[in-house]
Design a binder for this molecule. Structure first.
Ligand code: ATP
Length: 253
């Protein structure tokens, strides 16, 4: 099995099987209720999250990562409130957002990869070594000194995933992780994700991306509409999507 992070300080500070708990999570954006009271206990290794455009998935991802404190309710991972303890949250959950440009802050690949490791308390040399190690795993050592602006959108996406993996969080949250990636890169990422020990929570519109998953949650208008084994949740979800498509339900209300 692959391991990420050889440095002792990079080890996960909590048991990797620590559950994610959402209690009464509600949140509004611009006066609109986007999350409407979500209660979940997530302890499976591979969990999928599906739902129509605008159903609240990405907002829920931000709340799960502690990047937004919900208006009411709380999210804890292994008992730690991720919105209150941001430092601990870095080790607990790493997020790969849909758009890499919302995530990348440094001009070069090496600096971007090293940043998260320094945030975990690693020295400059340790972080540089960790960044190189991650580039080697993906056969991308040649990217080291490259300017991020010279990478394609898909390559920037891969860089963000490497940055998340390098930090060895207990939970990896992926928002449409394979959009814009070519087939070999997608397969490489899937293999990599299958090999990592932590829990993976994947937001996707592609049911096949959830093959082999333990549990799938369907979010609809900010509420959990179905939750259970993938084949059950996805059957309900896909049937409803067909109905909505036939009825021409407005996607962009
Ligand atoms: N920054 C914001 N300000 C105001 N409203 C927002 C903001 N971000 C999202 N919303 C609204 O919140 C709702 C949920 O958006 P969210 O991005 O969470 O949906 P999603 O399920 O991830 O959608 P998609 O599948 O299209 O990515 C939408 O109605 C959206 O218009």
């Amino acid at each position: 099995m692959m391991r990420f992070g050889s440095n002792a300080r990079n080890e996960i500070a909590v048991a990797p099987d620590a559950a994610i708990e959402l209690r009464g999570v509600a949140h509004s954006l611009a006066g609109r209720e986007v999350l409407r009271g979500i209660d979940l206990r997530l302890s499976e290794r591979r969990i999928g999250l599906v739902g129509r455009n605008g159903s609240g998935k990405s907002t829920l991802a931000r709340v799960l990562a502690g990047l937004i404190a919900p208006d009411s309710g709380a999210v804890t991972i292994g008992g730690t409130d991720v919105a209150r303890d941001r430092r601990a949250a870095l080790r607990l959950i790493g997020v790969l957002f849909q758009n890499p440009d919302h995530q990348i802050i440094f001009p070069t690949v090496a600096e971007e990869l090293a940043f998260g490791l320094k945030q975990l308390g690693q020295s400059r040399a340790e972080a540089a070594a960790g960044a190189d190690g991650m580039l080697d795993r993906f056969g991308k050592r040649a990217w080291r000194e490259r300017s991020v602006t010279e990478l394609s959108q898909g390559q920037r996406h891969l860089l963000c995933l490497m940055a998340v993996l390098a930090m060895s969080p207990a939970v990896i949250l992926l928002d449409e992780p394979f959009s814009g990636l070519d087939i070999p890169t997608t397969r490489q990422l899937r293999r990599m994700l299958d090999g990592v020990a932590p829990r993976v929570l994947q937001i996707t519109h592609d049911p096949s991306a959830l093959d082999g998953y333990d549990r799938v949650i369907w979010l609809d208008e900010g509420r959990v509409r179905a939750d259970g084994p993938p084949e059950e949740t996805l059957a309900l979800y896909l049937a409803a999507m067909e109905e909505d498509a036939d009825a021409g339900t407005d996607l962009f209300d």
